[in-house]
Design a protein around this ligand. Structure first.
Ligand SMILES: [Zn+2]
Length: 143
């Protein structure tokens, strides 16, 4: 399915990620939901990590969101988090922990760039972003 992320969602992510960065280099994190049609929504969850430049999402928060999606016929497509001072590619800790449903979106606060990654047994690869006819929408093909 070809999912789309509206530019207003990316703008909202930028504001939240910038705010987190300004609070001691913290990261914003959460899950990317598909609740209707092809649109994806960033659902921000509490970053439970006390350290700057890291994030941790509690399992209870994830379970609650899974139940929410199940009730509404939606699904969780990927996890997301921001990088306050580095590019939007996964580090070793991200490869181990930052994926949901084999997908992770990473947002680079400085470069204002969102990149989607897919993890498989063969390794981690970037998911090609496809720009739709509508210039306001960016599409992501996720398996
Ligand atoms: Zn990361």
């Amino acid at each position: 399915m070809l999912y789309t992320i509206h530019r207003l969602e990316i703008r909202r992510l930028n504001l939240l990620a910038q705010r987190a960065k300004n609070h001691g280099g913290r990261e914003v994190c959460g899950l990317l939901l598909n609740l209707s049609g092809p649109a994806l929504t960033f659902f921000v969850l509490r970053n439970e990590s006390p350290q700057a430049g890291t994030f941790c999402i509690g399992s209870r928060a994830i379970e609650g969101l899974e139940a929410f999606c199940l009730q509404r016929g939606g699904r969780i497509v990927a996890a997301f988090h921001s990088h306050p001072i580095s590019e939007a590619s996964p580090g070793d800790r991200d490869v181990a922990n930052a994926f949901y449903n084999s997908h992770a979106l990473i947002y680079d606060v400085i470069g204002k760039e969102a990149r989607v990654w897919c993890k498989a047994e063969s390794g981690v690869r970037e998911v090609e972003a496809q720009v739709n006819v509508d210039p306001d929408l960016r599409g992501y093909e996720l398996a």
